[in-house]
Design a protein around this ligand. Structure first.
Ligand code: SIN
Length: 459
């Protein structure tokens, strides 16, 4: 059987060769996870919590090793990769606590001789499919609440970045989780998606990735009315209003736009700046963007690593050339953008952007910041909402009325007000519209792994 080759996107060298898990082995693994569930669901919440705490301790101890793996297989600059390990571990720590806070309740009944009691139960075996852009955080964000709730979980990491998952699962076993309570498979998205959605012993499918794939998984899961959580695509608008602190808005833009070289679902995709401050904002943005060091994430001072592969580079270049053809002004030439070769692209600001450009209505997933000006607040909110996506949005204003108007009217699940980095383990991350459903993080993030039952007692 051919092996999976894992590449370093900074050098295009193969760094590991792994065996694929055969479909028969995946089926057997699902059966073992189901058997493990019969035991794991009976373990009391305090013990589940203690195991998650132990896992968190081991992740902290192995932060450098995990960060290096993230950089090697995903290209993320090392400092950012360390930040991802901390972020990933904050989910483990949060759900170690939440494991102890899965509360039921009682309801006053409609007869004195009756009592109604509500309790929550783990859904069962979870099949998780995760993306390459956060090889650690998207794993723990699913695994930690699943295990905290009493579920068992099998994860299928992205084939581009399986090594971080393998290490995380190894550490979980070292922390004392039963082998079949938390495991991974090496498989294509299609094989895992088919098996997870079709196998009757999988009770829940959780997926982070594209809206197109999410729709297929939802459709397939519908055959068994399977519980799903979907974290899908985004097209985040970032709005800078005329009363914003321009320096803070520029820093917030950089934080949002260039995280992981622009390859996150919540990266600002399209920027709208009020015409009164457009010149000052764009000038400062270009200065800071051009100061970002691009290179191999293992080298010190690198702020922007490579894109994940050649295909990603091609797509981003299409957005840049399309914008140029439609009247956009590039802050650096196409030749300079590509001057480092390989999967590297130097970040670019596109001023004079307009709504016809691909970069303003398709997810770019790269280091490109298109800036369009606007005059009217209601009009920019309308434009920001004029999409099937509803994951993240950002706005910058120092006026509280304008801020609350944005919050009330922007149709997005995650909203940053003067904040280019709104993600946190204690907040419910997730999208509206075609960006998915279900929330990950916060007290909401354990709910998708629980079923509610009620008991009506007649004396
Ligand atoms: C994502 O790209 O979907 C994850 C971003 C985050 O958790 O901040």
């Amino acid at each position: 059987m051919t092996k999976l080759e894992v590449f370093n996107p900074a050098t295009n060298e193969v760094i590991e060769r792994l065996d694929y898990t055969s479909n028969e082995d995946i089926q057997a693994q699902i059966e073992r996870a189901h058997k493990a569930f019969q035991q794991w669901k009976k373990i009391d919440a305090h013990e589940r919590s203690a195991k998650l705490m132990k896992w968190a301790e081991l992740i902290d101890e192995h932060q450098d090793e995990l960060a290096r793996l993230i950089t090697l297989e995903g290209g993320k600059p090392l400092a950012e990769a360390k930040g991802e390990v901390t972020y990933a571990n904050s989910y483990v720590k949060w759900y170690a606590e939440e494991a102890k806070r899965v509360y039921g309740r009682t309801i006053p009944a409609n007869a004195p001789s009756k009592k109604i009691i509500i309790d929550k139960f783990p859904v069962g075996v979870v099949g998780a499919i995760t993306p390459w852009n956060f090889p650690a955080a998207m794993i723990t964000r699913k695994m930690a609440p699943a295990l905290a709730a009493g579920c068992t979980i099998i994860c299928k990491p992205a084939v581009k970045t399986p090594l971080t998952t393998i290490k995380l699962v190894e550490l979980a076993h070292e922390a004392g989780f039963p082998k079949d309570a938390i495991s991974y498979i090496i498989a294509s998205g299609k094989d895992a998606g088919d098996l997870f959605t079709e196998h009757e012993l999988i009770s829940k499918v959780t997926f982070t990735g594209s809206t197109a794939v999410g729709k297929t998984l939802i459709e397939q899961s519908a055959q068994q009315v399977k519980n799903v959580t979907m974290e899908l695509g985004g097209l985040a608008p970032l709005i800078v209003h005329k009363d914003a602190d321009i320096d803070a808005a520029v820093d917030g833009t950089i934080a949002s736009k260039f995280r992981n070289a622009g390859q996150t679902c919540i990266c600002a995709n399209r920027i709208y700046v009020h015409q009164d401050i457009a010149e000052a904002y764009t000038e400062k943005l270009i200065e800071k963007v051009h100061a970002l060091t691009v290179g191999n994430g293992l080298e010190s001072d690198v702020k922007v690593g490579p894109l994940i592969d050649e295909q990603a580079v091609k797509k981003v270049l299409t957005h840049i050339t399309d914008a140029q053809e439609k009247g956009g002004e590039l802050s650096r030439s196409i030749e300079e953008i590509q001057s480092l070769g390989g999967n590297f692209l130097k970040p670019v600001v596109i001023s004079n952007a307009n709504l016809d450009m691909k970069a303003m209505h398709e997810e770019t997933f790269g280091p490109v910041a298109p800036v369009m000006t606007y005059e009217d607040l209601d009009e920019v909110i309308r434009i920001a909402n004029d999409t099937e996506f509803g994951l993240a949005s950002y706005f910058f204003t120092n006026d509280y009325r304008t801020g609350l108007k944005f919050f009330n009217e922007l149709e997005y699940g995650v909203i940053g007000w003067n904040d280019g980095g709104p993600s946190a383990a204690h907040a419910p991350f997730g999208g509206l519209k075609e960006s998915g459903y279900g929330r990950e993080g916060g007290i909401e993030g354990i709910e998708p792994y629980l079923e509610t039952k009620y008991l009506s007692i007649q004396e």
